[in-house]
Ligand binder design. Structure first.
Ligand code: FE
Length: 214
């Protein structure tokens, strides 16, 4: 079973968020150039900070959500029923009040998230979107050929496993809850969170096995 869940009537797209991001980028760039010219900052230090936000701080929030869902059945249930509230209970709230939906991978179905129109992304739990998420190739091919896209990310799923593609909007954003990896019994939530990569919460990756992450 493979389905593309894109409801055109509901996809009333507000591009304010993208414009804000572009304006912000331009202003940050201008400021960075000015400060660098005046010798006040080291561009390498800025890159390190940006990298931290892109790869560590943001996705760590989502990883904690997933780790809690793996450890606490009541929280998992809440996350399934009302992801916005369950995620907010951990202190991660949306920038513009968008709704969150958690989609749980199972042995039958793998979930993959895309925004076909632009780059809607769950900032509150994943931080800044990766460059490829915004690329036209990913946005179109994730829908047409999700299995091929996953292969390029190094993910090969069993043939019988279906792939469900979720199209994000400004109003509704998705967090994939990957399958808990084998061999992770007995790990506490912080150690479990180490296994949850950004890509595993977009669906272009799987959770790490405890042996690999050590
Ligand atoms: Fe979008």
């Amino acid at each position: 079973m493979s389905g593309h869940h894109h409801d055109h009537d509901d996809h009333v797209h507000d591009h304010e968020h993208d414009n804000q991001y572009s304006d912000m980028q331009a202003r940050v760039k201008a400021l960075e150039t000015l400060l660098t010219e005046k010798g006040l900052i080291d561009p390498a230090a800025i890159d390190a900070i940006v990298d931290a936000y892109e790869t560590k701080i943001g996705p760590r929030n989502g990883a904690r959500v997933v780790a809690k869902a793996w450890s606490d059945p009541d929280f998992a249930d809440w996350l399934r029923r009302d992801a916005t509230a369950a995620i907010a209970s951990l202190g991660y709230t949306g920038r513009q009040g968008e709704h969150m939906r958690a989609v749980f991978n199972t042995v039958e179905t793998h979930n993959l998230v895309v925004c076909t129109l632009c780059s809607c992304y769950p900032w509150s739990v994943l931080g800044l979107p990766p460059v490829w998420y915004k690329a036209p190739a990913y946005r179109s091919r994730a829908v047409i050929d999700p299995r091929g896209v996953l292969a390029e990310f190094g993910v090969s799923l069993p043939h019988e496993m279906g792939i469900r593609v979720w199209d994000s909007t400004a109003e509704l954003r998705y967090l994939v809850v990957p399958l808990r990896p084998a061999g992770s019994d007995g790990l506490d939530e912080e150690r479990l969170a180490d296994l949850v990569t950004r890509d595993s919460m977009i669906g272009t990756g799987l959770a790490l096995s405890p042996e690999v992450s050590r």
